[in-house]
Design a protein. Structure first.
Ligand code: NHR
Ligand code: GAR
Length: 229
């Protein structure tokens, strides 16, 4: 829903308007760390992992953020896992759900329940290279520019409306790890931006399923790669 604040360009953040965010992780948690470091105008109500060994859980605990683990292997079906996860998120009163390296595909019922308040970051320039191993896919395709995308989550995997992208050059001698590290630096820049816009009521998904962003700023610079003399 487009709020009056978004339409009028008035952004409100703080006081009783402060929104709650729940962050879902599966692993390392470097995007979680970038979000926690960003001093966002909202409350991180909980960090939930589907893996007990996720390193991001310790990070959240060290910052005084509530954590929960829902191991998908303990549920009889994807639907049962999704329902338990949705209830756990709702118990924290989430206005926004942020997938930060969360590695379980979410079913239609889950996505519908959180429609318009569910964001993901994927390490490719979507719609290129959705799904698993996007850096390996990019290297195999021989693209010279790669990157990352923040999008609203819809039932179709990695195909939801795009909020922001960052591009990086692919170097001739890159391996998967080098390329992933170059992209990750940019993930840590664009995800806090997108989440901030949502929390400030400047970003929403319209009823037509399009992204609306107030105050987009000046046009960005082009990136050309390779540079060759
Ligand atoms: N769910 C929906 N409905 N739509 C999206 O766009 C989603 C989603 C759930 C997660 C993140 C995602 C990514 O950015 C994401 C986007 C997991 C897989 C996957 O294949 C694919 C994409 C993404 C996350 N998961 C396997 C599964 O069976 C498990 C893989 C594993 O455990 O390593 O769920 O890329
Ligand atoms: C990040 O690169 C993120 O974009 C990616 O996994 C990494 C998680 O790192 N997400 C996906 O591939 C989603 N399927 P992090 O745990 O350090 O944030």
């Amino acid at each position: 829903m487009m709020s009056d604040a978004l339409l009028s360009g008035r952004a409100s953040a703080g006081g009783s308007q402060m929104k709650s965010v729940v962050i879902l992780i599966s692993g390392r948690g470097s995007n979680l760390q970038a979000l926690l470091d960003a001093k966002l105008p909202g409350r991180v109500a909980a960090v939930i992992s589907d893996r007990a060994e996720a390193l991001g859980l310790a990070l959240a605990q060290a910052r005084g953020v509530a954590t929960a683990v829902l191991d998908h292997r303990r549920y009889a079906s994807r639907e049962a896992f999704d329902a338990a996860l949705a209830d756990e998120i709702a118990a924290h009163g989430a206005d926004l759900v942020v997938l930060a390296g969360f590695m379980r595909i979410l079913g239609d019922d889950f996505v519908r329940r959180f429609a318009g308040r569910l964001l993901n970051i994927h390490p490719s320039l979507l719609p290129l290279f959705p799904g698993l191993k996007p850096h390996a896919q990019a290297l195999a395709a021989g693209v010279k520019i790669h990157g990352c995308t923040v999008h609203f989550v819809t039932p179709a995997l990695d195909a939801g409306p795009i909020v922001i992208q960052a591009a990086v050059p692919v170097h001739g001698d890159d391996d998967e790890n080098e390329l992933a590290a170059r992209v990750l630096v940019q993930e840590h820049r664009i995800y806090p931006l997108a989440v901030r816009w949502f929390l400030e009521d400047r970003l929403c998904l319209t009823p037509e399923g399009r992204v609306a962003l107030a105050d987009e700023g000046p046009p960005a610079s082009p990136l050309i790669a390779p540079v060759a003399a």
